[in-house]
Design a protein around this ligand. Structure first.
Ligand code: XIL
Length: 318
């Protein structure tokens, strides 16, 4: 796939499971053979990099960046601000009131500055804020919104830009492929940020799909609405889950979903990256998070290509 990515001038990426990267030579080999872009699946999240206040653990995040450097890959930083996978010291401090709003804002600023500066020049694009909007199209009620107000988003983008002026700065979320409330909310957030001259470069569509739902047939048009605001687009976490057991028919439908998603990205000039959320069913978040579902990736547990992989190749060859 690396050759086809180059041919189209886009990046084809995968999320990286750092434990597998370290322990499994076959996993590492296929990752580096197939992909031009990497995202740490968990290693750059706040709970991973600062599990105790002021105690930074960069080893896993560094391992992803080092692997990319050795193999000519670019990196998406995921993620600076989110409501999940926050360290316990932070959430409990906010809850018991020992961390007040002013201190929380300072902690957030230091977090953004420290992490972005550490990887300055090594991260192509940052997911600055992840999942800021809920499924009703309202601003998600997070500790950030509740204690800092909606301005936390503008602040975060400005801090990130100052820390690494070259990194592309993204908002990232799921269901933006089709959820009209979410789409409209994001478009208005972005217009408001732009009106305040806040540096924002991109919109990330996570792309967590399932074959039991219709394919989001309007996705390419949705991408174009964001591109029309001058933004770069990325598919950041593509996977296509299914209700188990696996059947040949389901694998064929899954292949079609992957192929349509890549086709949609390739049809929009601003879409610069197509990243899968893990490339093998051996290491996928789906079985652990969606009861009775799985087999969401393009290679099977033995790293053998599934119809979805062949479909992506065929789509990119066209
Ligand atoms: C998931 C990881 O894949 C899991 O290993 C972890 O336990 C939970 O988070 N949206 C995101 C990702 O932005 O960070 C999530 O990753 C999947 C949903």
């Amino acid at each position: 796939m690396r050759d086809l990515a180059r041919k189209h001038g886009i990046r084809i990426g995968s999320a990286v499971d750092v434990a597998a990267l370290r322990a499994e030579a076959d996993y590492r080999h296929v990752l580096n053979r197939e992909f031009t872009h990497l995202t740490a699946e968990n290693a750059m999240k706040w709970e991973s990099v600062e599990p105790e206040r002021g105690v930074y653990t960069w080893d896993d995040a560094d391992a992803v960046v080092a692997n990319a450097r050795r193999n000519g890959q670019q990196v998406r930083g995921h993620t600076l601000i989110w409501h999940n996978q926050l360290p316990g010291w932070l959430t409990s401090g906010v809850e018991d009131g020992s961390i007040g709003p002013a201190e929380l804002r300072k902690i957030l600023r230091e977090h953004v500055q420290t992490q972005v500066r550490r990887y300055k020049g090594k991260i192509r694009a940052w997911d600055v804020v992840n999942e800021a909007v809920d499924d009703d199209g309202n601003m998600r009620q997070t500790i950030w919104l509740q204690h800092l107000g909606p301005g936390y988003i503008a602040d975060a983008f400005r801090w990130a830009r100052a820390a690494d002026p070259r990194a592309k700065l993204y908002l990232n979320d799921y269901n933006v492929e089709w959820n009209q409330g979410k789409i409209d909310r994001y478009l208005s957030i972005i217009q408001e940020l732009q009106a305040q001259r806040v540096p924002i470069d991109g919109m990330g569509f996570q792309g967590h799909l399932g074959i039991q739902y219709d394919y989001p047939g309007d996705w390419a048009n949705v991408m174009r609405r964001f591109a029309a605001l001058g933004l770069e687009i990325a598919v950041t976490e593509m996977d296509v889950r299914m209700v188990l057991p696996v059947t040949p028919e389901k694998l064929a439908t899954q292949a079609e979903y992957y192929s349509r998603a890549l086709t949609d990205c390739l049809s929009v000039k601003a879409c610069r990256e197509f990243t899968v959320w893990g490339y093998t069913d051996r290491h996928s978040w789906v079985p652990g998070w969606f009861d009775g579902e799985g087999a969401a990736c393009i290679l099977d547990e033995n790293l053998r290509p599934k119809p979805a992989y062949q479909a992506l190749l065929a789509t990119a060859r066209r």
